[in-house]
Write a protein of this length. Structure first.
Length: 327
């Protein structure tokens, strides 16, 4: 089993494989979600050694937080690490990103009620806005930490320059952003080095790249225009075939560990010294149970390097993000 990790400068400790819960109550993101399935998903995670649950207000406009809160009622709250995020403001009837200290404070208080808890282990500013000084926004979270309402401070989807501005007072504990073997911009641009040097944890989302790193895709397929994958560069040629060629090089390593490609890729993240916690999402409990088995895989240094080399050429291709940030 892998060892637990400390989040930034805080006293929050989590297992290095978490659960992304955008499919738990995220009815605005996915069709045909059932609340009972979402609750089962969270419980399956907790029952299989996954103790960090990553949610956000914008996942179902609070409904994901509500379901997470319901799911954890029968568990020891002190053994669970809850991470949630806020910044989306719909008060005008339109979606606006808002980092104003008063708004963030209000969001934290509302998240506490939806989650049914008196503290949040990690609270992220979900996206940066255009106007609020970054250190001022983080300062609002620091006050909430001093009040005991949150235990650690995170920022999500911030550029390196924005991270430096936000961390002016040294309050930032953790950064969450898209990163995978296919999207390594943060490595080549120096973000991960900055985080490492400043004892800031890094939590990548989309680690399996919309399923492309699970080994389930084959060549010579096309996606209709109403399929979101048709809008993502990873699913367009010639990049798509190049990705599948790299994934094929992982199969022998997976077989040696009697594991799936997805489990082996997750084990690579768990061994990566620049990554603290990886948070693959899931729609079904059986997917969570399968992902949890990645914590039982110990890659050798040679296997780790083989996987890194298989995807090395993606470091030289600036990929950007899979989906656009909201303005």
């Amino acid at each position: 089993m892998v060892e637990s990790v400390k989040i930034g400068h805080s006293d929050v400790v989590a297992n290095p494989l978490g659960l992304g819960t955008n499919a738990v109550g995220g009815h605005n993101l996915f069709p045909d979600l059932k609340d009972e399935d979402g609750i089962k998903l969270v419980k399956a995670a907790l029952d299989n050694g996954i103790n960090l649950l990553d949610t956000a207000y914008v996942y179902g406009l609070g409904h994901s937080e509500e379901l997470v809160g319901q799911a954890i009622k029968d568990y020891d709250r002190h053994k669970i690490v809850i991470a949630t995020k806020g910044a989306h403001d719909f008060s005008t009837g339109e979606e606006v990103i808002n980092n104003d200290p008063k708004f963030l404070t209000d969001q934290v208080n509302k998240s506490l009620k939806r989650l049914g808890t008196d503290y949040i282990d990690i609270y992220y500013i979900h996206f940066p806005d255009h106007d609020t000084p970054k250190a001022e926004a983080v300062g609002a979270l620091q006050k909430l930490r001093e009040e005991g309402k949150i235990r650690s401070i995170g920022i999500s989807n911030f550029s390196l320059d924005q991270i430096k501005e936000a961390n002016a007072d040294g309050y930032v504990d953790v950064v969450e952003d898209e990163f995978s073997l296919l999207h390594q911009d943060h490595l080549t641009e120096g973000m991960l080095d900055y985080l490492h040097d400043n004892q800031i944890s890094f939590v990548p989302y989309f680690p399996l790249a919309s399923g492309l790193l699970t080994g389930k895709y084959v060549k010579d397929v096309s996606f209709p225009e109403d399929d979101i994958r048709s809008q993502i560069a990873d699913f367009k040629e010639p990049r798509y075939s190049s990705i599948l060629d790299a994934v094929d090089k992982v199969r022998d390593i997976a077989d040696a560990h009697h594991a799936t490609v997805a489990q082996t890729i997750l084990a690579w993240y768990l061994k990566n010294p620049l990554i603290s916690v990886v948070i693959p999402g899931a729609k079904k409990a059986k997917q969570v149970i399968a992902n949890a088995k990645a914590m039982d895989i110990t890659l050798t240094d040679d296997e780790y390097q083989t996987i890194e080399l298989a995807f090395n050429h993606f470091k030289n291709t600036k990929s950007g993000k899979s989906l656009k940030d909201p303005d």
